[in-house]
Design a protein around this ligand. Structure first.
Ligand SMILES: Nc1ncnc2c1ncn2[C@@H]1O[C@H](COP(=O)(O)OP(=O)(O)O)[C@@H](O)[C@H]1O
Ligand SMILES: [Mg+2]
Length: 350
């Protein structure tokens, strides 16, 4: 048996099993004024549906990228998946544990396995704490290493892992650049030995050159530690080299979901096409691209039927009244009337 076959055999049977299963996830925000004001002013209840029936399955070792314009509900989904914000309805299972349904030891054990990295590393790091204390905090909170010396050694190890110097433990966050601060945030996330990390726009606040370094680091860590990512971005170009699967979100609904290669080579939903047309190709800087037409509508009062209908170049009469069914086209799931019945695999006439 050659080495490759041996190493393939060594992969545990559950390697490709689903780690995260999100079903029918909804989140509604009540934006109404207080009851008394409503009565006095005669105004009604105002609700905003930020997440509207999202289903996602993320397999072990996969990077599932969630893409959508600002306000489409990405961060709301992230917070519900990691356990920071309760869903209005729907379920999130991670490793078989219902993170909103179960209490006690099993849930606590699971929480340790889930971490989140935020967009703004400065806001998410306590400015008055030294880096060493910031990174050690999850180790203490979960009671992972009792001995202070061993803990310090582990912090040094984590800092090296993210490309920083173990001596950086003695400094404060303001002494670092944006990219280095994001590395500190990643070291802190790794401190609890997670299996699953939600990265919410982890590089959006960084310069382009630094973005690539942080993305490479995340990929490298995934390979070395066998991590699973939910990677959130408003920018398809950023997820192109990260994702194994991509979900495209529009006003709280997943309108297309497909393996990354298929989504980029054969985008199906008119909205995905529009997003891709706006992505600059590498090496084509300066070439005018089609900007995304129209604006994302007000989520308090979304268009009926298909939410995308006012911006869609292929809009039909029933798109304005009826929510599209989820259609399976090749390996993609597409929420669009154009693909109803599976008959129209290529609606663009090319
Ligand atoms: N705590 C909240 N209260 C009221 N509305 C909210 C709250 N959080 C998010 N929203 C609204 O929900 C929608 C989705 O927001 P968000 O998930 O932050 O989108 P994204 O991360 O894709 O930019 C937006 O219209 C936003 O204004
Ligand atoms: Mg967001």
């Amino acid at each position: 048996m050659n080495n490759q076959a041996a190493s393939m055999q060594a992969v545990p049977a559950e390697a490709n099993a689903p780690l995260v299963e999100v079903r029918e996830l909804h989140r509604v925000f009540d934006l109404s004024k207080r009851w008394l004001n409503r009565v006095l002013e005669g105004s009604g209840k105002v609700v905003l549906t930020a997440v509207d029936g999202v289903d996602m399955t993320i397999r072990r070792g996969e990077t599932y990228a969630l893409v959508g314009e600002s306000g489409s509900g990405k961060s709301t989904i992230a917070k519900m998946v990691v356990g920071l914000l309760p869903p209005t309805s729907g379920t999130v299972h991670i490793n078989g544990v219902d993170i909103w349904g179960e209490r006690g030891a099993r849930q606590r054990q699971m929480r340790r396995k889930i971490q989140m990295i935020f967009q703004d590393p400065f806001a998410s790091l306590n400015p008055r704490w030294r880096v060493g204390s910031i990174v050690a905090e999850p180790i203490k909170a979960f009671g992972l290493i009792a001995d202070a010396h061993d803990r310090q050694a582990r912090v040094g190890e984590l800092l090296s892992l993210v490309g920083l110097d173990p001596l950086d433990a003695g400094k404060f966050p303001h002494e670092f650049s944006g990219g280095q601060r994001q590395r500190i945030a990643i070291a802190r996330a790794l401190a609890s030995e997670p299996e699953f990390i939600v990265c919410d726009e982890p590089t959006s606040a960084l310069d382009v050159s630094v973005q690539a370094q942080v993305l490479n680091l995340l990929r490298d860590l995934q390979e070395r530690l066998g991590l699973t990512y939910l990677f959130i971005s408003h920018n398809l170009a950023v997820v192109r080299h990260m994702a194994t699967r991509v979900g495209v979100l529009y006003l709280g609904r997943l309108v297309e979901e497909a393996p990354s290669r298929e989504l980029f080579s054969e985008p199906k939903h008119p909205y995905t096409r529009m997003l891709l047309d706006a992505v600059p190709d590498i090496g084509m800087e300066g070439v005018e691209r089609e900007p995304i037409a129209g604006e994302i509508p007000n989520p308090v009062n979304p268009p009926p039927g298909c939410h995308f209908n006012p911006r869609c170049p292929h809009v039909m009469e029933h798109c304005r009244t009826t929510v599209p069914p989820l259609c399976e086209v090749n390996q993609a799931n597409v929420l669009c009337h154009l693909y109803e019945g599976g008959a129209l695999a290529r609606p663009y006439g090319i």
